[in-house]
Design a protein around this ligand. Structure first.
Ligand SMILES: [Zn+2]
Length: 60
């Protein structure tokens, strides 16, 4: 018996931000004065899910 199942798009957690809607990005500032690299962690809205933390996945 062959059964055809029509799969509807699923809502899944965004892999890019792990469902948080935000991605952390480390920005480094080269500094000649201190001789060290300064790094700062900034949060950006995830581009994959546009901040919702969920993405639609169409399974085939
Ligand atoms: Zn995301």
């Amino acid at each position: 018996m062959i059964q055809e199942v029509e799969k509807s798009p699923k809502v899944a957690l965004c892999r890019a931000c792990h469902g948080t809607g935000k991605v952390k990005k480390v920005v480094e500032y080269p500094s000649r004065i201190f001789g060290k690299k300064r790094s700062e962690t900034v949060e950006e809205v995830c581009r994959q899910c546009e901040g919702s933390g969920r993405v639609m996945v169409s399974a085939k």
